[in-house]
Every structure is written in C-alpha cells, then in structure tokens.
Design a protein around this ligand. Structure first.
Ligand SMILES: Nc1nc2c(ncn2[C@@H]2O[C@H](COP(=O)(O)OP(=O)(O)OP(=O)(O)O)[C@@H](O)[C@H]2O)c(=O)[nH]1
Ligand SMILES: [Mg+2]
Length: 439
C-alpha cells in the first residue's frame, strides 16, 4: 500500500494541533485554577481578618466602656485638670475602710463674727454633711469679742462634735503700739481712695495679722496637731473620699490647699522685698532652695495651655494658696522656723501700712520653709468661696463623691488664667508630667 507524502503531512499536522490544543486547555485550566485558588485565599484571609478586627474592636470597646468612660473621662474637654485612676471598678469600690471613724488629733476652726451666724451655719451644715458627720471632729470658734448666746447655741447644735467658743486676747488681735499711727492713717486713706479691696479696713488688717501669726498660739489649739480652716458662707460640693487629716499625717504633709491663685499686688507692694531680705539673713538655715517649692512663687513662664503672662513689679509672681480653705499642721506654725519668719515680716509693719493678707504670708512660708512634698493639693474636694470655686474634673470622682458643681464653668477657678494650679503641678508636688515640659 502506498501512502503519499501529503497524506502523512496532514496526519502529523492533525496530531500536532491536537497536542497543542491539549496543552492550551491544560494551561488555561491551570491558570483558572490558580486564579480561583488565589481569589479564594485572598477572600478567606480578608474575611478572617475582618472577623478578627471585629473581635478586637469589640474587645477594645469593652475596655473603653469599662475603664475609659469611667476612669479617664473628664468633665472639661481638652483639659487634664484632675487626677485619674486606672483602677478597675472604681465606682463600685467602697470608700469605707475599717478605720473609717478613727479620728486624728485635729479640729475644725472658724474665726467669725457674731453677725455672721447664718453664714457660719451654712458652712457647718455643708462640711458636716459632706465629711464631719462620720468623724465628729471638734469645732473651735474664735472671736475678738465675746460670742453671743445665740451664736454659741446654734453652732453647738449644728456641730456633730464638741464645739468650743474662744475669746481672742486683745494683745493677739489689736494693732500693736509700735505702729506709726499717722503713717497708718495716711496709708489707709490712700488705699481707700484707690479702691483696694478692704484697703480702708482696720479690722480686716487685724484679722490678716491674727491669721498670719497668732491663731495657732491660742491656748485651745495646743490640744491639737492639725486644723481645718472654715469660713462663713462657703460650700463643699462633694463627699470627702477620705479623712484629709489622715492624708496629712500619713503623708507627712504640713499644708493642704484646694485653690491657688494670684494676689492683688497693690495689697503687698513691698512684701517680697522683705522676704528677699529674710532669705539673705537666713542664709540656708531654714530655707533650702534645693528641696522647697520657691519656683512655684517665682517662676512666671507660660505653663501648659495657660497662656496668661502675669507681670508683677518684683520676682514674686503673686501665686498663693487660698487660705479660706486651709488644712495645716499646727506644729509647723508653732515652729521656730515659722515664728522667726513671721516676726521678721511683722516688724516691717506691712500688715498695717500696706494690707498684707495671711494667704501670701502662709504661702510664701510654705514655699520657702517646707519641702515641696510637704504641701498637698486636695484635688478631690469640690469647694466654693465666692467668687470662685473648684470642682473635680475627673468624671469618676464626680459621680462617686456625689458632687454638685459644674466643672466646666468659667467660675471653676482651675480653668481661669488667674489660677496657679498648673504652676503648682510643675514646681510643687503636683502632676509629674508637668515637670518634664519645657514650657
Ligand atoms: N471675729 C472676727 N472675725 C473676722 C473679722 N474680720 C474677718 N473675720 C473672719 O475672718 C475670716 C476672713 O474674713 P473675710 O471677710 O471672709 O475675708 P475674705 O475671705 O478675704 O473676703 P470675703 O470673704 O470676700 O469677704 C472670716 O472667717 C471672717 O468671719 C473680725 O473683725 N472679727
Ligand atoms: Mg471670706
């Protein structure tokens, strides 16, 4: 049988095309398979990461709800004013401890006039409800004239502890003989005319001098280690979460405050000059610049977002602790260090020729004579003395302590440019993060 060449060629060509068709088919199949597998893998991995994402978001949401919303939430947007905690279940924790009712050797103290009875009762009611009803600390009332029976009866009834009413000896109250009377009258007149707050008042001056150098010498206070100063017509906005006297004793604190602000310079024009003189005389005996908080009262750079620059005529920046709320260690005021400091300043006559307040005197003494860690800011204690107040800005504190105040209001002094709180955090014993900022 003969097979011609063209027939063989056709058969070969047919075989070849069959083979290349198969190759093409399998290649296409492989490509399809590969694409399919890639698609399925990609889809699966994004699906599973979406599930994981969802799980993680869920978890972090739970954390947010559990911690942040309670413990790091602030009443004031954009401002980290108050302390916060990372403690779990902080709102459920019981404030009470087994030694809840154990008292320190301390008293509540009010210098007051008979006609201020209603205001005194208002303050007492507030402090009793928010704090003292659990402790029953004594109340000591002081006056430069005898208390009326009505005053004694009403305040004794309001006090949950013992109430003592003390007459201040005139030697601790009245203007001393060595004050130059003509000069005094002239200065009174000038300050009155220039509308300096209480500039024309003699009794206000006696009060400031008494509160600076004599209250702690009253015999009744020799029975106590600590005092808590209370004024008429003030208010405490929150339940006290602790006994502040205990905080003082356990922490080795000598002075505690809630509000710090600038003093009116026209009331203390020459005070700082004399303080500088005293620092020179002291020459490192009582004043230790390496551990005290002198920068709190001298530094005037911008701190945090408080952009106000306060210009004063001397190196004192006018920052002081408001003494209408003050918790202090009487032993500090009774110490040689404090008495030396007070007597030096008193001898200059500025309580009368000017109108030195007890707040700058106490504050400068604390900032120079005490270690910075011996002064404490009680940031949990909401408090009002017109025209300002302070209110805890940490949300958990606000709820837990049943506060009744508006932390974000203009009258919350901590938000105000007059406030020295951030400066205290930076140079005193405040928030550590403030110490590491450049501004
Ligand atoms: N016994 C007595 N107490 C006084 C006298 N002057 C003031 N005080 C008390 O001293 C404290 C401070 O006096 P305040 O009049 O409150 O002085 P302030 O806090 O600087 O000013 P405002 O409260 O704004 O009037 C208060 O507890 C007063 O009751 C006084 O002449 N005699
Ligand atoms: Mg007052």
């Amino acid at each position: 049988m003969t097979v011609n060449g063209s027939e063989v060629g056709t058969k070969r060509a047919g075989k070849l095309s069959l083979i290349s068709g198969r190759v093409l088919f399998y290649s296409a199949l492989f490509v399809v398979f590969f694409v399919l597998q890639y698609t399925v893998t990609t889809l699966w991995s994004s699906y599973s990461s979406a599930i994981l994402d969802a799980q993680y978001s869920q978890l972090s949401k739970q954390v947010l709800i559990k911690y942040d919303s309670l413990t790091k939430r602030y009443m004031v947007d954009g401002s980290k004013l108050s302390s916060y905690t990372f403690k779990d279940n902080v709102l459920q924790e019981d404030i009470n401890t087994s030694d809840y009712y154990i008292r320190e050797n301390a008293t509540l103290l009010m210098l007051v006039r008979n006609w201020e009875l209603a205001g005194a009762l208002h303050s007492m009611r507030s402090l009793e409800d928010r704090f003292n009803r659990n402790y029953h600390y004594d109340w000591v009332f002081m006056n430069d004239v005898p208390f009326t029976d009505e005053f004694i009866e009403a305040t004794s009834a309001m006090a949950s502890g013992n109430a003592y009413h003390v007459l201040i000896p005139s030697s601790d109250w009245d203007t001393p003989e060595w004050i130059d009377k003509d000069l005094y009258e002239k200065r009174l007149e000038v300050m009155n005319q220039t509308n300096v707050l209480y500039g024309g008042s003699k009794s206000y001056r006696n009060m400031c001098r008494f509160n600076s150098g004599f209250f702690f010498r009253q015999e009744i206070l020799s029975n106590y280690d600590y005092y808590f100063r209370v004024e008429p017509e003030v208010e405490y906005f929150c339940d006290f979460p602790y006994d502040p006297f205990k905080v003082m004793r356990e922490g080795g604190k000598n002075n505690g405050f809630v509000i710090t602000l600038r003093e009116y310079e026209e009331t203390i024009p020459s005070l700082w000059e004399f303080v500088e003189e005293y620092i020179d005389i002291d020459d490192g005996r009582d004043i230790h610049m390496d551990s005290n908080s002198h920068k709190f009262i001298t530094d005037d750079d911008i701190v945090g977002n408080n952009k106000a620059i306060y210009v004063s005529n001397n190196a004192y920046n006018m920052c002081h602790f408001w003494t209408n709320f003050e918790i202090g260690d009487l032993n500090f005021f009774r110490s040689d260090e404090y008495i030396r400091f007070f007597e030096f300043l008193d001898s200059k006559g500025g309580f009368y020729y000017e109108r030195w307040g007890d707040a700058p005197i106490h504050s400068i003494a604390a900032s120079l004579l005490l270690d910075k860690d011996e002064v404490v800011h009680f940031d949990e204690l909401g408090y009002k003395h017109d025209p300002y107040y302070t209110c805890p800005s940490a949300y958990y504190m606000f709820l837990k302590q049943r506060c009744q105040c508006n932390a974000s209001s203009e009258t919350n002094l901590d938000l105000h440019t007059l406030s020295c709180l951030r400066r205290w955090w930076k140079h005193g014993s405040g928030k550590n993060f403030m110490r590491f900022t450049t501004s």
